[in-house]
Design a binder for this molecule. Structure first.
Ligand SMILES: *Cc1c(COP(=O)(O)O)cnc(C)c1O
Length: 402
């Protein structure tokens, strides 16, 4: 019994989040290993030909091929579903594989999608370029404007797609209000929850249908692997997502799944600490730069909404300098501790200039429309001592005259 506790829903659903993050999904092999095993195998052998046939017919439980199932990735899928409060979850090779699968599995030519204007660069590419190429019409709206979502609905609208807080502008969308509009119109909501992670925000509790993740970010949390996940109802995952992913193959490797399993064990601890440090750094920087956005500060235009949806302000800060790209690059170059890196959600603090990196593929007009200026910087807070970060910023700000 104990050996299977991590996979027994009647037991795991009573566990609190931190316990789910450590033990959810764990299935021990005959060796009784305490830490989850890595099953690096592409295939599975059968005792007899009849067993192989029965397994392919779905009459016998068990695995057939690692594009479809793997014991290590299955443990991660159960752990993520438990953390999210979802009936089911499936992991993908990256966050973008998760976003692409979550959208394409349910859309077809003639359908219409409404997406958020402010979004991760590649998510905007899906909306603006990929979907229209296959005959799926798209409209982008300011995700903060709940009425705009309602106004964009057409008879053929099938999906609402947004992230909150957004990358990198930290706009906050009202999940409950947008999902309620969608539900009234039979529209499926897909929420990219990479920035908050299930430790701070669980969109399903606010009425979302599908939650998609870049597990590369907070879930791994230590900048090691790319990974993604899609969470939803058992029906959505089995009937809609799986036929798409089993045949197109955006499968997560067992090794990377194991790394994320280890990352999740410390998710709660890390995100709490990083959010605490982010709040301190944001309060410090706010006094030194012309404009700063952090959902945990009262100065954020949607602070109250953010605090209704999230249990803390998160680990990412956006700051806007008046001196354009030259001053923004100058600040980056003057930092000694914080790395210049376009990744985020790492245990190391990382800072990037979105206009010349993550969002450089978009036209200047689109960037402007999203609120990404030449003087904007995005800061992802890590696990270093807050005082060391404050000292690094103090010196770097002085170097650029702030
Ligand atoms: C990083 C990120 C993605 C893409 O995830 P990958 O793992 O890099 O493919 C999608 N959405 C958001 C909000 C992200 O931050």
């Amino acid at each position: 019994m104990k050996r299977k506790a991590g996979q027994d829903r009647s037991i795991t659903q009573n566990w609190r989040p931190a316990t789910r993050a450590v033990r959810g999904g764990t299935a021990r092999s005959e060796y009784g290993e305490t830490s989850e095993a890595i099953f690096l195998t592409s295939g599975y052998a059968y005792d007899c030909a009849a067993d192989a046939a029965a397994r392919f017919a779905g009459d016998q439980p068990g695995m057939t091929y690692s594009r479809l199932q793997n014991p290590t990735t299955e443990m991660l899928e159960q752990r993520i579903a438990l953390l999210e409060g979802a009936e089911a979850a499936r992991t993908m090779a990256s966050g973008m594989a998760a976003m692409t699968a979550a959208l394409l599995c349910q859309l077809q030519a003639g359908d219409h999608l409404v997406g958020a204007k402010a979004a991760f660069g590649s998510c905007r590419w899906l909306t603006d370029t990929l979907l229209p190429k296959f005959g799926i019409a798209t409209t982008v709206v300011d995700s903060r404007d709940t009425e705009a979502w309602a106004a964009a609905i057409r008879p053929e609208t099938k999906v609402f797609f947004f992230e909150t807080p957004t990358n990198p502008t930290l706009d906050v969308a009202d999940i409950a209000a947008i999902c309620a509009i969608a539900r009234d119109h039979g529209i499926t909501t897909v929420v990219d929850n990479a920035f908050a992670s299930p430790a701070l925000q669980r969109p399903l509790e606010f009425g979302a249908d599908v939650v998609a993740y870049s597990a590369t970010k907070m879930m791994d949390g230590q900048g090691r692997v790319l990974a993604g996940a899609v969470c939803g109802s058992e029906r959505f995952i089995t009937d809609t997502l799986l036929p798409f992913t089993r045949n197109t193959g955006p499968t997560l490797s067992a090794f990377n799944a194991w790394v994320v399993l280890k990352g999740l064990e410390t998710l709660d601890l890390r995100i709490r600490r990083q959010s605490e440090t982010a709040l301190r750094v944001a309060a410090f920087l706010e006094r030194r730069v012309p404009r700063l956005l952090y959902p945990g500060l009262a100065s954020h235009p949607q602070h109250a909404l953010a605090m209704r949806q999230m249990s803390a302000g998160g680990t990412v800060i956006a700051l806007m300098l008046d001196g354009g790209r030259a001053q923004a690059h100058g600040l980056l170059d003057a930092l000694r501790l914080v790395d210049i890196s376009n990744n985020l959600g790492d245990s190391r603090s990382l800072m990037t200039h979105p206009a010349s990196t993550t969002h450089s593929g978009l036209s200047e007009e689109v960037r402007h429309d999203m609120g990404i200026t030449e003087g904007m910087l995005r800061l992802s807070i890590g696990l270093e001592d807050a005082d060391d970060l404050l000292e690094d910023f103090d010196a770097a700000l002085r170097a650029v005259g702030l």
